[in-house]
Design a protein around this ligand. Structure first.
Ligand code: ARG
Length: 463
């Protein structure tokens, strides 16, 4: 049933049925209810303090709103599309419940500053939750890195075997990406944490409001500095969407490596049964759908970023109804990110490694050729010349079907007389990784140290 609109005073004809559902957002923005109620209580408390509401009116509003929140949480609240959005639904219900005092709540505010405040409060909460979820994932990654600091695998460039690395080092590279993602979420939180309340529709209000009071009660750093900007800006949502998109790009890279490593061709890892799927036709199959889905969900989160950017493009100041369209994209990025982080975190400890096979693969493709060149440099051969000599040795090995470590010393010396018996150590994959012991290098000792440092860093987080 179509209700009389709270803004209907100057209208003589009812809203067209098409317009009614076209303009309604309550089916998605109702998820802001907790933040909407919290901000309304803060606003009402401030109105009481400046004498616009009596203490009794404030009490009625506060307990009425709390009761409405409980009703919503119990599933005992009838949302009404004809009341457009979460704000008008709650306000109408409040007035139905407590009478006259409810009609005073909207003094000195507008839905424009209200929705901007709700969105910031909502996203702030979500950023805290996502930060915790990301920390949990990082902890998982770093713990495995510490345990596998000496596990050798091929390192790739162009997806061709390049040089041996340790698995722990590879995982710590993942952690570096995630660490920057975490910082981006924290920076987004700090930048959005200002209160639009008091901006009202766009120009502020003539009432002697106390914006610092509402800002402080809601845990904001302070009030937004400009009322026009405060009601129109959604770049906090865009910034989050960008951070989420990049984080999903990182998860998609991790997922892709899980897909590759678990393939028969690589055979480095096996996914746990609990995170694998079968084929409806091929009985032997065990598929990494979980990783493919994470890779796939990267698309929608990046789409959400594009949607929010286009939504804001060329909007004149101040508030425009376009901004109502920010919700679904934002909510979807939040939900998708949360889900992917949780799945990733649960999936990692279920992975088993085939360390033998990883090590064997690391030795293929003449992966210690650079080590041999460096060895020659250590014996005073200029690097360019060393590169050339080793290139010839690789050609020889390829022709004979040998690994570098399998070539006779005499044959090696035929290519370059400075080579001696101690070259054997240099040509092994263990020798190769151990040699890279500088900060940021792949040597097991360095990786163990870096993992410990990363864990300390994670433990020092306030959330
Ligand atoms: N539902 C609206 C939104 O999300 C609330 C603000 C509406 N303001 C207005 N003047 N129509 O943006």
């Amino acid at each position: 049933m179509t209700q009389k609109k709270p803004w209907g005073g100057r209208f003589s004809a009812p809203t067209h049925a098409l317009m009614e559902s076209f303009s309604a957002s309550v089916n998605h923005d109702r998820r802001l209810y907790r933040h909407d109620i919290r901000a309304s209580i803060a606003h009402a408390r401030m109105l009481a303090k400046i004498g616009v509401l009596t203490e009794a009116e404030f009490s009625a509003i506060e307990s009425g709103l709390n009761a409405i929140r409980d009703d919503i949480e119990r599933g005992d609240f009838q949302w009404d599309e004809s009341l457009e959005d979460v704000h008008m639904n709650i306000e109408a219900k409040l007035t139905g419940r407590i009478g006259e005092a409810g009609k005073k709540l909207h003094t000195a505010r507008s839905r424009n500053d209200q929705v901007a405040a709700d969105m910031r409060l909502y996203l702030r909460d979500q950023l805290d939750g996502l930060g915790r979820a990301l920390s949990a994932l990082q902890r998982q990654v770093v713990q495995i890195a510490a345990a596998e600091a000496a596990t050798i695998m091929p390192g790739f460039t162009h997806l061709q075997s390049a040089q041996p690395v340790t698995f722990g080092h590879h995982l710590l590279a993942w952690n570096e990406m995630l660490e920057r993602d975490y910082e981006r979420l924290r920076e987004c939180r700090a930048r959005l944490n200002f209160s639009p309340l008091g901006s009202a529709a766009l120009a502020g209000t003539g009432f002697a409001i106390d914006r610092a009071m509402t800002a402080a009660e809601l845990g904001f750093t302070g009030p937004c500095r400009n009322s026009l900007d405060a009601v129109s800006d959604r770049d906090f949502a865009i910034e989050f969407a960008a951070g989420a998109a990049l984080l999903m790009v990182h998860l998609s890279r991790m997922a892709e490596e899980i897909v590759l490593w678990s393939s028969d061709a690589f055979g480095f890892i096996a996914l746990g049964d609990a995170f694998s799927t079968g084929s409806s036709i091929m009985p032997q199959k065990k598929n990494p759908d979980v990783a493919e889905l994470i890779r796939g969900k990267c698309a929608r989160v990046n789409g959400n970023l594009a949607a929010l950017l286009m939504l804001m493009k060329a909007q004149p100041l101040a508030y425009n109804r376009d901004n109502q369209e920010d919700k679904e994209a934002l909510f979807d990025s939040v939900d998708t990110l949360h889900q992917c982080l949780e799945v990733c975190t649960a999936l990692l400890p279920e992975i088993t490694l085939d360390r033998e096979r990883m090590r064997a693969a690391a030795a293929l493709g003449f992966s210690t050729a650079t080590d041999l060149a460096d060895y020659l440099v250590g014996r005073n051969v200029p690097f360019r010349e060393a590169h050339e000599v080793v290139g010839r040795i690789v050609g020889f090995a390829e022709q004979k079907g040998l690994q570098l470590a399998q070539i006779d010393l005499a044959d090696l010396r035929g290519f370059c007389a400075v080579i001696e018996a101690d070259v054997a150590e240099v040509l092994t994959v263990e020798g190769s990784v151990a040699a890279r012991a500088h900060p940021g290098g792949t040597a097991p000792a360095r990786v163990a140290e870096a993992a410990e440092q990363a864990l300390r860093q994670l433990n020092s987080r306030d959330m």
